[in-house]
Design a protein around this ligand. Structure first.
Ligand code: NAD
Ligand code: TDX
Length: 336
């Protein structure tokens, strides 16, 4: 079973590949990744030398390369993790978001159609639904209402995937997951950024009033759900994924400080993110009832695992924060 996995050197994709190849030897994974700032081959050490794993450095917007890979590896399955994934970066400049997330997905869909593939899994996000008020949950029927360039590019990609299902009968499915955390997450995202800043006794920049809510899921739970949808999801369907763990940002930040024995004087309230979605919360009853998935990790324990991972893998993140990331960090936080 030859699967083209895209974006497999990033946070969720590398956790996915490492996990799936540790338990299955009936799959052949071809990982196509451009190795942007967020892609890191170090993430894939566990599968280096695995006979069922091939890495290709390249861009999903490169139609010629994508066509070549489908032909060469007789690709019948695609899992598309590749994306520009950070909301704040999309606010600094949106072009690459539309290129990779929309055009890139369209290139993969065209190839998938030409080669009559058997399953296409699009890894999407709950952010396509926009923002919730104090109550309510996103269901698969919630209208798309994205607010950032990132989420609008992901929503556009979702509409392309569904259009290929309706027009050409492409057997495509979509997952929309809530905020992930876990090992190997790039330190621009809330949880790793706060862990690393706290360890370095740097200020922890909390946007706005800190009361925005995100619904957190451990990356392994997300990936198990994605695997299930890949295997059993019904073509043309969307499946929400979430672990029902809503948290206000400020409470996560305080929890991290507490776990690291650091004081709350490190917290700094900074200017809000433009267009900042107030609350995300996922209703995942469809995947639970139709496919039998449920999250298995407890939030506190999985957050402890995550913090331990960053404590034990300082080299991994020190290399990142001492490189090009510094420039991004200064740009991102200088006006806040
Ligand atoms: P990430 O930024 O850590 O990794 C993205 C990967 O895609 C990197 O390895 C990068 O090199 C690669 N990539 C980027 N542009 C590419 C291109 N043009 N061609 C080939 N490869 C390219 O992102 P992540 O957090 O692992 O997210 C993976 C997917 O999951 C994304 O589609 C994202 O929208 C979705 N998602 C993420 C979250 C989250 O909380 N992180 C939640 C829900 C959904
Ligand atoms: O320094 C910060 N301070 C802060 O208060 C950062 C980086 C974030 N925040 C806030 C903004 C959000 O309310 O924390 C919350 C989480 O922020 P991010 O980690 O940037 O995630 P979010 O914007 O919610 O998007 C994430 O979840 C859905 C991923 O980045 C997306 O790829 C995914 O689709």
């Amino acid at each position: 079973m030859n699967i083209l996995v895209t974006g497999g050197a990033g946070f969720i994709g590398s956790n996915f590949i490492n996990h799936i190849l540790s338990k299955r030897d009936d799959l052949n994974i071809i990982n196509l990744d451009k190795l942007t700032y967020a892609g890191n081959l170090e993430n894939l050490k566990p599968v280096e030398g695995n006979k069922n794993y091939t890495f290709v450095k390249g861009d999903i917007t490169n139609a010629e390369l994508v066509d070549y890979l489908f032909r060469k590896h007789s690709i019948k399955y695609v899992i598309n993790f590749a994306a520009e994934s950070h909301v704040d970066r999309s606010i600094l400049g949106s072009e690459i978001f539309y290129k990779t997330n929309v055009t890139g997905t369209a290139v993969l869909l065209e190839a998938a159609r030409r080669y009559n593939i058997e399953k296409f899994l699009q890894i999407s996000t709950d952010e396509v639904y926009g923002s919730l008020g104090e109550t309510g949950l996103f269901t698969e029927k919630t209208p798309l209402s994205p607010n950032s360039p990132y989420s609008s590019s992901k929503a556009s990609a979702d509409t392309a995937v569904l259009a290929f299902y309706h027009t050409y009968g492409l057997p495509a499915v979509i997952t929309r997951c809530s905020n992930n955390y876990g090992p190997l997450q790039f330190p621009e995202k809330l949880i790793p950024l706060m862990i690393i800043n706290a360890l370095n006794n740097k200020k922890l920049p909390v946007y706005g009033d800190g009361l925005n809510v995100r619904d957190w899921i451990y990356v392994i739970d997300h990936n198990k759900a994605a695997e299930l949808v890949f295997e059993k999801g019904k073509p043309g369907e969307v499946y929400n994924i979430g672990a029902s763990r809503e948290m206000k940002n400020i409470n996560i930040v305080k929890l991290i400080l507490n776990k690291l024995n650091k004081g709350e004087e490190l917290i700094e309230y900074v200017k809000d993110r433009p267009g900042h979605d107030r609350r995300y919360a996922i209703d995942s009853s469809k995947i639970q009832e139709e496919l039998g998935w449920k999250p298995s990790f407890n939030f506190e324990e999985a957050l402890d695992n995550t913090i331990d991972w960053y404590l034990e893998n300082r080299q991994w993140w020190q290399r990142i924060i001492s490189g090009e990331y510094q420039k991004y960090y200064e740009l991102q936080y200088k006006n806040r």
